[in-house]
Design a protein around this ligand. Structure first.
Ligand code: HEC
Ligand code: HEC
Length: 409
């Protein structure tokens, strides 16, 4: 709702919408907000949903947003490519991206990109915050050559125009002139996509964690222990806004470099040279401060147990590994320097500067039971509709991973 109110007025006025919709907006008074209109909002969300699932918005008509953001998998990508599930395959069936596809659940709660205090950035969409908000984000995948591969907004609008049903809906929602300028029509599509992703179905707050907060269920002893570890270790420094708040998303939306190693398998799958460096926040337009090199936006931990693999480049397969990685900074045990998935030392950080050592070293070493408890707690952050996916990694596999992964063994 706030998104609709904040972003749509200039567009509507530009498109002659105010008049078309019968709003009492005097010409030239673009700052006047219309009364919220639930019926119209519902129509906008429905249009966004239709676009989200429509493969016609990719070059070869093989991919929709939902191909990589599959609603059955918390809007992440369950498909296997050349580098497993680490990075997604594009519409040409060949190209692989360089970053892991994030969940879109709770993405509408990410604040718009902004500076918070001196050289401390917060919010924005994408791992590097390069889109200010959902609406700015929505047009990008269609025009990304390694994703949906369309060449221009005009080409996207041609696809809209192929469908009389779309034309009718766009004109009704955005005014009869919406197709006069392809950029206005493209923007209207982005607005609808953002409205869909901001709808309550994406942010259900019905995980076990939420149900426990509401007094409907209780944590097991292990989950409760995991929660207290989460709160007393350093996790809460970055993965928490306010404990107990009903809308906690388990990220403070800041940018940090935690020293994630290069994913060589992903680099072999995409055409980037082996010595390519993902600079994270420094890649965002307008950011040229070398202190931002290698930083990525802290991801939400909601639905994390069902959205493997982990980190911006999908380097870790198992949630347990992602948790154990933090021991690299806090444990003196030689085993803590070994990646349990490879049996080799954790790789060097992609960017060795700007690592948030103050926060990372302020934790304590996690022993096996604490790692188990943290994983058990993180599983409680799974929305009700995805809880059945927790069964996927059966108890045997989890137990096997636990055996091979205990730092003290
Ligand atoms: C080929 C796979 C692919 C397709 C198709 C795709 N995405 Fe994505 N999406 C990604 C990847 C990978 C990222 C992370 C990229 C980055 O951070 O640089 C991402 C990031 C996002 C984000 C940011 C989420 C966050 O937490 O920062 C949003 C929102 C999003 N996509 C929405 C969409 C929409 C809407 C569409 C359709 C118009 C779409 N995506 C199509 C792979 C895809
Ligand atoms: C200094 C801030 C910071 C601290 C402290 C921190 N994290 Fe993170 N966490 C991040 C950032 C940033 C990422 C993404 C890094 C990247 O991809 O380069 C991340 C990623 C993760 C992921 C992977 C999420 C995904 O979707 O890929 C998990 C799981 C996680 N953290 C759990 C924890 C736990 C558990 C703790 C406490 C033991 C913790 N974190 C402490 C900042 C932090």
């Amino acid at each position: 709702m706030s998104l609709y109110r904040r972003t749509m007025i200039p567009l509507f006025v530009a498109a002659g919408f105010a008049a078309a919709a019968g709003f009492a907006v005097a010409p030239g008074f673009a700052e006047v907000e219309p009364e919220p209109d639930p019926a119209r909002e519902a129509e906008l969300v429905a249009l966004g949903e239709q676009i989200f699932f429509d493969r016609n918005f990719s070059k070869n008509r093989t991919q929709s947003c939902a191909t990589c953001h599959d609603p059955d998998y918390a809007f992440s990508d369950p498909r296997e490519g050349k580098a497993g599930r680490a990075v997604s395959v594009g519409d040409d069936g060949e190209s692989h991206g360089d970053r892991n596809t994030p969940t879109l659940t709770y993405a509408s709660l990410i604040p718009p990109f902004h500076e918070h205090g001196a050289s401390n950035y917060v919010g924005g969409q994408f791992w590097d915050g390069r889109a200010d908000d959902l609406r700015a984000q929505a047009g990008q995948p269609m025009l990304n050559p390694v994703e949906m591969g369309m060449t221009s907004s005009a080409e996207v609008v041609e696809r809209i125009l192929e469908s009389p049903e779309y034309v009718e809906k766009f004109e009704r929602l955005f005014g009869p002139d919406v197709f006069d300028d392809p950029d206005v029509a493209f923007d209207a599509g982005a607005t609808a996509l953002a409205a869909y992703q901001s709808s309550p179905a994406f942010s259900t707050f019905d995980s076990k964690y939420d149900r426990v907060l509401r007094g409907e269920e209780s944590f097991t002893a292990e989950e409760a222990f995991g929660r207290s570890v989460f709160l007393s270790w350093n996790c809460q420094l970055c993965h928490m806004l306010r404990d107990k708040a009903a809308t906690e998303t388990f990220t403070n939306y800041e940018y940090h470099n935690i020293g994630v190693p290069v994913n060589h398998a992903a680099r072999a799958a995409n055409d980037l040279p082996e010595n390519h460096v993902d600079h994270g926040l420094l890649e965002r337009e307008g950011i040229d401060d070398p202190r931002q090199d290698g930083k990525f936006r802290v991801p939400t931990l909601r639905n994390v147990a069902v959205t493997a693999p982990y980190m911006h480049n999908g380097i870790f397969e198992d949630l347990r590994t992602a948790v154990m990685f933090y021991n690299k900074y806090t444990s003196r045990l030689p085993a803590a320097q070994i990646n349990p998935e490879t049996g080799e030392p954790w790789g060097d950080p992609e960017v060795a500067e700007n690592i948030s050592l103050k926060e990372l070293e302020s934790g304590l070493a996690l022993d096996g039971p604490r790692v188990d408890a943290l994983v058990a707690f993180l599983k409680t952050l799974t929305d009700a509709r995805y809880e059945h996916l927790l069964e996927r990694d059966g108890p045997e596999q989890t137990a096997a991973a636990a055996r091979s992964a205990k730092p003290e063994s």
